[in-house]
Design a protein around this ligand. Sequence first.
Ligand code: DNO
Length: 391
Amino acid sequence: MEATWRWFGPKDPIRLEEIRQTGATGIVTALHEVPNDEAWSLEAIRERKALIEAAGLSWSVVESVPVPEAIKQGRPERDALIATYCQTLRNLAAGGIDTVCYNFMPVLDWTRTDLSWSLPDGALALRFDQVAFAAFDLYLLKRPGAEAEYADAEKAEAWAYLEALDATGRDTLISTLIAGLPGAEEHYSLEQFRGVLADYADIDAARLREHLGYFLAAVIPVAEEVGIRMAIHPDDPPRPMLGLPRVVSTPDDARWLLDAVPSPANGLTLCTGSYGVRADIDLADMVRRFGPSIYFAHLRATRREVPDPRSFHEAAHLDGDVDMVAVIAALVAEERRREREGGPRLPLRPDHGHHILDDQQRKTAPGYPLYGRLKGLAELRGVEHAVRQLT
Ligand code: DNO
């Protein structure tokens, strides 16, 4: 498998020369500076690729070509935006890039309530606290209809949580949830956020799935024609949020997606951190079931909390609820099949990492520190190495 590393472009405080020493050989990046409704030019793609190659690395995966909200909402302007999306895919293929990660989460990309939660050893982790989330939903966002979705005990707990926060704490919670985490290209104020939630008033899971199907029917044939593999990233967390539907949360959703437009260009990102939040998903089994359609892997672990398993924090890569050794063993088996039958190597990246050691002095994006990810990658590569040797 190809070890890769997410790099946010020339503005990333972690330099390509440093990434070269992590053990990664591939880069995962995007032209983050291009607005979501514009095509990426071939020239800009070539320029970014040359920069990466000058550092002795290769551009393995695009993460992400973002899907504009109007496409997710099925608005009339979606056809023009889908044409722009396809142009980006054509330009990426012409530039020599063949794997594209994307997601179809309405409004929000990945979501956490705390970006620097202290672990007993002093490492800082990302966390999703259901109580903080409810406090935001009920008393800061004041979402219409929210009151009816929570039990009285949950409301009381959320209220107590809110009361304990000062003004700065409340602002931090709001911006953590809606101002956009790295890689999420949409950023909202509370007012804008209420507006965009209202745009989804009539969009339930069935309609969102229709919009996803419409997008796939238009985009996958173009991707197939130019030789791009599309790898959809699952919802994070994998469940509906704030009254918004989500349709890429389970193995059944993945099956639906692959069957909607069967094509070698239509595939998955296996994110063990996102799918792994659900206790009902066996990730190694998912690899065995969907192996040939997995075009990219995000390896990361979360730990569900007690008493409410909807709360979780990001654990060390080998120390969460997911059986990472079993997942890597299944991925190695799939990789060997590809070696025999001639398929693309699987790019994987250590997804997220704790902020440890000097990470706590350097200003890197939440979840994307240097040493924390380096440690995660070293552990994952160690497991892969051992699995390969012993099986
Ligand atoms: C978070 C990332 C996501 C991911 C997108 C893919 O760390 O895994 O932002 O890049 O959902 O489109």
